[in-house]
Design a protein around this ligand. Structure first.
Ligand code: CNA
Length: 251
C-alpha cells in the first residue's frame, strides 16, 4: 500500500459519517467508458457533440436517432460492479458510509449492494412512456431499430414514445434529490470524491457544501479544477485505491 492510500485508510478510520460523490470514472473498470478522460468518448471521431446527441432537444426532434446513439454509448447491460463499487458497498455495510451520490446512470452501485444511492442523473434502468406513463425496466424495453414505442395495456394499445428517466443535457435535476444530496454532504465528516472530472454542473458544485471541518479526499486519474481544495488527492485508479483502503474481510 502506498503512502497516499494509507493516508486515505486513516481518514476513513477516523471518520464517523462518510459520503462518496462519484462519476463515470467509477465505472470505467466495468467496461463503461467515461466521457472526458484521455480514453473517453469525447475523443471519438467526428459528428455532433455528445452533449447535443444526449440533449432533450435532440431527443424531442429526432427520437429515433437519439435512441440509436443512446443505445450505443450509454447501455451496457452486461456490465458488472467493480472493485470501487464493492468497496463502497462494504463501507456502507460497516456503518461508516451514509450515502453514495453518483452522476452515473448505470445502476452498478445498487448491483454491488449499496442501499442509499442518490442517482443525480437518473438511471438507464428506469424508462417511461411519455403518453401514458407506463414504466419499463431496461430489459422490458420493446425491441426497436429506432425509438421504442409503448405497448400499452391489454385492449388499450398506446404507441407513445418511451423516454429513459435519465437527466438529458438541457434538463433540470430533481430538486428533492439535489436537496437530499446537499443535506448528506453537509452532514458528513469525510467526503470521498472519485472518478469525476468535476466539470458537469450543477452536480460538481455539490462538493462545496461540505462543512469547513469536513475532510475531502479526491481520487481521480486526471487533475480536476478542485484538486487544490482537497485534503488528499490521489491521481490513481479509484478501484485500486478504494479496494486497498477498504479491504474485504477475507482479503
Ligand atoms: P467524466 O467527465 O467523463 O470524467 C470522468 C473522470 O474519471 C475523468 O476525469 C477521468 O480521469 C476519471 N477516471 C476514469 N477512469 C478512472 C479510474 N479507473 N480511476 C480514477 N479515475 C478515473 O465523467 P463525470 O461523471 O465527471 O461527468 C458526468 C457525466 C458523465 C454525467 O452526466 C454522467 O451521467 C455521464 N456518464 C455516465 C456514465 C455511467 O453511468 N457509467 C458513463 C459515461 C458518462
Amino acid at each position: 500500500m502506498n503512502g497516499g492510500i494509507a493516508q486515505l485508510q486513516a481518514m476513513i478510520q477516523q471518520a464517523k459519517d462518510i459520503v462518496f460523490f462519484g462519476g463515470a470514472g467509477v465505472s470505467t473498470l466495468s467496461g463503461i467508458p467515461d466521457f472526458r478522460s484521455a480514453h473517453g468518448l469525447y475523443n471519438a471521431p467526428g459528428g455532433r457533440s455528445y452533449e447535443e446527441m444526449l440533449s432533450i432537444g435532440y431527443f424531442t426532434r429526432s427520437p429515433d436517432a437519439f435512441w440509436q446513439f443512446y443505445r450505443n454509448v450509454m447501455l451496457y447491460p452486461q456490465a458488472k460492479p467493480n472493485a470501487a463499487h464493492l468497496a463502497l458497498s462494504r463501507l456502507e455495510e460497516q456503518g461508516k458510509l451514509s450515502a453514495v451520490i453518483t452522476q452515473n446512470i448505470d445502476g452498478l452501485h445498487q448491483a454491488a449492494g449499496s442501499r442509499n444511492v442518490m442517482e443525480l442523473h437518473g438511471s438507464v434502468h428506469r424508462n417511461r412512456c411519455m403518453a401514458c406513463g407506463k414504466f419499463y425496466t431496461l430489459e422490458e424495453l420493446p425491441a426497436a431499430d429506432g425509438s421504442p414505442r409503448c405497448t400499452g395495456t391489454p385492449g388499450k394499445p398506446c404507441g407513445g414514445l418511451i423516454k429513459p428517466e435519465v437527466v438529458l443535457y438541457g434538463e433540470q435535476l430533481d430538486g428533492d434529490l439535489l436537496d437530499a444530496a446537499i443535506a448528506a454532504i453537509r452532514r458528513c465528516d469525510l467526503l470521498i470524491v472519485g472518478g469525476t472530472s468535476l466539470v458537469v454542473h450543477p452536480a460538481a458544485g455539490l462538493i462545496s457544501y461540505r462543512r469547513p471541518s469536513a475532510k475531502m479526499a479526491l481520487l481521480n486519474r486526471d487533475e480536476t479544477p478542485y484538486d487544490h481544495t482537497a485534503d488528499l488527492v490521489l491521481h490513481e485508479d479509484v478501484g485500486q485505491v478504494l479496494s486497498q483502503a477498504v479491504p474485504s474481510a477475507d482479503a
